[in-house]
Design a protein around this ligand. Structure first.
Ligand SMILES: [Zn+2]
Length: 208
């Protein structure tokens, strides 16, 4: 934690997000959440009330996947190895690459796993061992896959809420149109009769 405090990512000030996370309620600005996983504080360190807000912001943003970058070579044995941009295609939803540190992280595990392997803390950068990335995914019951299931259900839950809002607003529009048409019919009727817009004959056989 200490090593990331006070660091900044380009123009994004992150000090306010990484300080005073003891007993004090953490205040933050979602727009200022650091995209760079190296600068993120553990999700467990956020107040329970705001964890889902933080998760939502990161789910909306998706993984940090810079593409137009000259990935630096690293001497491994007698060969130069580097991160390959095509690996994003294999793991489009969770693999995150950090330019400043030349390492990768896992978005699923950051948001929804309590495990703290190198894909959550520190980052992974042994480009010769791409199999470790595959190994990180692991078996269907692995920590990563459990985090993926939680990530997907969180995302779907959000989508169904959004869909519900769209449906509701469609229904609201239809009802508004019905009320509006009824009001226009009433106004036409009253204007044709040269009558006031209110009256006191509201008996059942009265057109008013
Ligand atoms: Zn993971």
């Amino acid at each position: 934690m200490n090593e990331i405090g006070g660091t900044s990512l380009g123009d994004v000030p992150i000090e306010t997000n990484t300080r005073d996370i003891g007993d004090e309620r953490l205040e933050f600005d979602v727009a200022q959440l650091p995209l760079d996983p190296r600068l993120r504080i553990s999700i467990q360190n956020y107040d329970t009330d705001v964890r889902d807000v933080i998760r939502r912001a990161y789910v909306q943003r998706g993984p940090c996947q810079p593409r137009n970058h000259e990935f630096p070579p690293k001497k491994m044995g007698n060969k130069d190895r580097r991160f390959c941009v095509s690996w994003y295609n294999e793991y489009p939803s969770w693999l995150e690459y950090i330019i400043a540190k030349d390492v990768v992280f896992c978005l699923y595990c950051y948001l929804f796993s309590s495990s703290d392997g190198s894909f959550v803390n520190g980052g992974f950068s042994n480009w010769k061992r791409k199999d470790i990335i595959r190994k990180h995914v692991g078996a269907p019951s692995s920590a990563h896959n459990q985090a993926r299931v939680r990530y997907e259900s969180f995302k779907n839950q959000r989508q169904s809420i959004q869909l519900c809002f769209i449906k509701q607003s469609h229904q609201a529009r239809t009802e508004y149109r019905i009320r509006l048409n009824a009001s226009i019919d009433c106004v036409r009727f009253l204007l044709r009769q040269g009558m006031a817009f209110h009256g006191h004959d509201e008996s059942e056989d009265s057109n008013n």
